[in-house]
Design a protein around this ligand. Structure first.
Ligand SMILES: [Zn+2]
Length: 305
């Protein structure tokens, strides 16, 4: 199988593009920097960046909040091996101006040499995302019209999927092509735990005639995850709440939003993850360091297999 190793500019990452399977894989570089923890990952979601820095939603200034989070992630010591933002980068519909401001705000993370992997949510737009953030994303498209990435870390593989559904402004969908790609990509990687990122939550019961607010094809997605024992966790955003749950032994990690919470009392911010041999340790970094959930810690153990 022809594999091309392509160095990314100014990055300590290599993208290995497997042409026959169409998988874009990121692996930490061979010469890892001493100041980077290969097991640490910053988990971000729902930044909702508007076109202008002054934009406010639910009394929150999203620009200032992402600026704060990007600053915190960039200054971590040791540095995380990467950061993932789990969709809803943009405030409304993913305009070019929204992505330009987003790119400017995450620049400190890139400057710190921390690769940032991007998922798409219902407030994003694939085409404009691809245009405006072309410098931030790989050129190859393993799933046509979708933003999918596999990040191979030492202890875990991260699968960042794309649930953006152009026909649904609230809910999401993965689609048959992406699910087939996911099954194959998971089957090719059975030796390490797999953590799957999707913007939307699972939704199995969709009222007749209604549009989903979660993943419309959850019934098709779930067996792909459940029946593969290497899948240990499913990470999502969209609800703007920080919650941990389990289904069939798979951890469901609901990331807090950066931009604004729906309920005023809900924590917003990001989550610091440290992957261990047997699971993951999580710690909440709230936007407001006085919030009761700031510093909230959890240790999740992986299911057997
Ligand atoms: Zn959101």
């Amino acid at each position: 199988m022809p594999i091309a190793l392509l160095p990314l500019t100014r990055r300590r990452f290599l993208a290995s593009v497997a042409a026959t399977t169409g998988v874009v894989v990121f692996r930490p570089a061979f010469a890892r920097a001493a100041d980077t923890d290969p097991h640490r990952v910053a988990l971000l979601s729902d930044s909702h960046i508007g076109e202008k820095a002054e934009e406010v939603a639910r009394e929150c200034n999203m620009h200032d909040r992402l600026k704060q989070v990007a600053g915190e992630v960039a200054k971590l010591s040791p540095k995380p091996v990467c950061a993932v933002i789990d969709g809803d980068l943009a405030y409304k519909t993913g305009t070019a101006a929204e992505y330009e401001l987003f790119a400017k705000l995450v620049e400190p993370v890139r400057q710190a040499n921390v690769p940032l992997h991007l998922g798409l949510g219902n407030h994003d737009n694939f085409t404009r995302f691809a245009d405006a953030l072309s410098k931030l994303r790989p050129k190859d498209k393993p799933v046509d019209g979708k933003q999918v990435t596999v990040v191979e870390l030492e202890r875990v593989n991260l699968f960042v999927l794309d649930s953006f559904d152009p026909k649904n402004t609230g809910g999401g969908m993965l689609g048959e092509t992406q699910l087939k790609w996911l099954a194959k990509t998971l089957d090719d990687r059975t030796t390490k735990p797999a953590v799957v990122f999707v913007h939307h939550p699972l939704q199995f019961d969709i009222p007749k005639g209604a549009k989903s607010s979660g993943i419309a094809d959850s019934v098709d997605l779930w067996p792909v995850l459940k029946d593969r024992s290497q899948v240990k966790a499913f990470v999502f955003g969209h609800t703007h709440t920080w919650r941990l749950a389990q289904k069939d032994g798979i951890h469901l990690i609901n990331l807090p939003a950066i931009g604004y919470p729906f309920a005023k009392t809900e924590v917003s911010g990001w989550v610091d993850a440290a992957f261990t041999e047997k699971g993951v340790q999580l710690e909440v970094h709230a936007i407001d360091p006085k919030h009761a959930k700031h510093g909230d810690k959890a240790e999740l153990m992986w299911r057997k297999g």
